[in-house]
Design a protein around this ligand. Sequence first.
Ligand code: ASP
Length: 340
Amino acid sequence: MRRRHLAIPVALAALSISSVLAAAEGSRSASPIAMVIHGGAGTIEREDLSTELEASYRDKLKEALLVGHGILKQGGTSLDAVEATIRLLENSPLFNAGKGAVFTAAGKNELDASIMEGHTLRAGAVAGVTTLKNPISAARAVMEKTRHVLLAGEGADRFAAQIGLEQVPSDYFFTERRWQALEKRRAEERHKESEADKTMGTVGAVALDRKGNLAAGTSTGGMTFKKHGRVGDSPVVGAGTYANAKCGVSGTGHGEFFIRYAVAHDICARVEYLGLSIQEAARQIVLEDLVEAGGSGGVIALGADGTPALVFNTSGMYRGFVDDSGKTHVGIYQEPIYKQ
Ligand code: ASP
């Protein structure tokens, strides 16, 4: 297989002792399980969130982590854990994905999602879907039921309907909060004070299962006031989502930068080719390259030993991590959530 070209010392350096021993014994059953999630990065200040809203975010992130962990604990695949976790976040109005998707300039909702399985490099994605309750499941279906990687627009909606995925009327995606964000942005445009989206809210998950397999997924409504037909990084494999045998990444932020800098793939490439830790690779891209370029956002990532990285260059990122024991760590602002 073409991907088996790793230099052995680099591969060994990236693995924990326990997983090296497990691999040496020819058994991967000892792999720890882990999951990281995000619910979007952006300008999130403490004073912007009421106590109740902040508690709702923290509770939903924890609930999502426990859903994923429950699947992994029972021996479920990382792909199942990623899909189920993202579906839960898509069904919440809190996040800019599924139910809570932001509006385009024309006042519509166009949703993007992708999913990728690390050990097979299989991937699936949908872009610009308008009638699907859970775009992440459509992304998975593209991966598993077609010969393609990315379906867009009407064709993607139709494919999902044909295979029986749940359809919703367009007003399902109406939330007052996102509509107000559009109105505010329209007013800013009229006064020519166009500014970037303050809060985003895309969702993503990366999981590691007992077999040591990684998977990553991302789902979004895109960016408020985007042009009809605009596709961001979230459904673009290598930009907003990437997973291979060593690394899984999901990003959130100003998608055009994530596409141009091939953010998710570049993090995995630095782990694979330079032997960097997942945390150092994520830090270099998000806190150096993207900052220099002016691209705001963040990423969540997992290494093959379950080491998490949660890095963002904005004032906040809804995020969380659950370790093998089931202990959850959740954060919103610039706050340490676990010991690195
Ligand atoms: N990355 C998403 C996009 O550009 C938006 C976000 O993550 O908030 O479509």
